[in-house]
Design a binder for this molecule. Structure first.
Ligand code: ZN
Length: 372
């Protein structure tokens, strides 16, 4: 089930970093051993030179240690988007598991709660891509769009069966109505929303029949691997206004949506550029993703750097300050087990799975923190 690319995420994340570090250590150790042996046998001793060698190595180790520890770990804010390492380069310490031995965080302010491991596969931040399969669930709360369409007259539906997650529906109306307010164009059409496995299968089959396999696979995901299964993805276009795509891309973050498949990120998303496909991830995640010019794959990876005792602190455009961190799943999502997660006491928190290996906890730190 997890082939190649899920490993892209995993490999470039904490687990493989540990392996890489271990490998590096072995390599350095091996080199040291070989060099010392060669050195001693060639020169026939020189305790002084050996001591000098050990001294230099110690100096190098201390320098590297100092460099690693002096690396800034401070969370990003809106004015410092460079501070986010999306590639994980230099991540030598933040494995973000929240279960490490560093528990300097004020223990009194946190409590442990028990979360079902199956939550890994649920929530607004789940990653679904060509390598990360969606886990179908009977509890999905999917609603038909046309039933509430009278509340939002400024868009049409490609078919009467178009549906999405019940909560997303409200945000979609705000999003599309804001476009209408800004442009006067009521030609927006929702082309696609939630899809079942069977619907995705039928779509792929019909695309293959009409344009051939190669073209079809560029845009249509294999059943089980489409973001449309989540109910959080919508295809939005306007046939009246060619500028619509630009407005939707620029403003989607204000409504908790991200432009999911940018042109310059195809190698990461595995999906061809689609100006019409938007995905709900919620606030403040959409804003952070927009500010850092990253895609969901990169964001999920970035969050591995933050644990409850070293969270990402983010002040959103509306002055609300959020605290965001990752906690690893203790086991597998399907094992029926539970994971203990630290959450701030008495503070509203939201937990979403990442659909890979853990949970993302989002809390509002200080809603009164407005500068205006
Ligand atoms: Zn789509």
């Amino acid at each position: 089930m997890h082939n190649g690319n899920i490993n892209y995420l995993r490999d470039s994340s904490r687990k493989s970093k540990k392996n890489t570090r271990r490998k590096n250590k072995d390599t350095v150790g091996g080199l040291l051993y070989r060099r010392r042996r060669g050195f001693l046998s060639r020169s026939g001793i020189s305790a002084g030179a050996a001591a000098l060698f050990v001294f230099i190595i110690t100096l190098i180790i201390l320098t590297v240690y100092f460099f690693i520890n002096s690396e800034p770990r401070s969370p990003i804010d809106t004015s410092d988007t460079e501070n986010v390492s999306t590639s994980g380069v230099g991540d030598s310490e933040g494995d973000g598991s929240g279960t490490g031995d560093e528990t300097q965080a004020d223990e009194d302010k946190y409590e442990l709660i028990s979360v079902d491991n199956s939550i890994v596969n649920k929530g607004y931040l789940i990653l679904v891509n060509p390598w990360c399969e969606y886990v179908f669930d009977d509890d999905e709360n999917i609603v038909l769009l046309y039933k509430n369409k009278d509340k939002s007259p400024h868009y049409g539906l490609a078919t009467a069966s178009i549906s999405c997650d019940a909560y997303i529906f409200g945000r979609l109306n705000e999003f599309v109505n804001a476009y209408y307010e800004a442009t006067g164009d009521d030609g927006t059409i929702i082309n696609s929303g939630h899809r079942t496995y069977e619907e995705q299968e039928a779509l792929l089959t019909s695309r293959i029949e009409s344009v051939g396999e190669e073209e079809a696979y560029k845009y249509v995901a294999i059943p089980g691997y489409s973001e449309h299964h989540t109910g959080y993805a919508l295809d939005i276009v306007s046939y009246e206004n060619s500028e619509a795509a630009g407005w939707y891309v620029d403003n989607c973050w204000l409504y908790g949506f991200i432009h999911r498949y940018p042109e310059d990120k195809q190698d990461i998303t595995g999906i061809h550029y689609e100006y019409w496909h938007f995905r709900y991830v919620g606030e403040p995640h959409a804003e952070i993703i927009m500010l850092n010019d990253i895609v969901l794959e990169e964001y999920i990876e970035m969050l591995y750097l933050y644990s409850y005792d070293s969270p990402l602190i983010f002040e959103a455009h509306d002055g609300v300050t959020y605290q965001i961190y990752y906690a690893a799943c203790d086991g597998e999502p399907t094992d029926g087990g539970k994971t203990d997660i630290y959450v701030p006491i008495g503070v509203e928190h939201d937990i979403s799975g990442n659909n890979v290996d853990g949970f993302v906890i989002t809390t509002v730190m200080d809603s009164a923190n407005t500068a205006q």
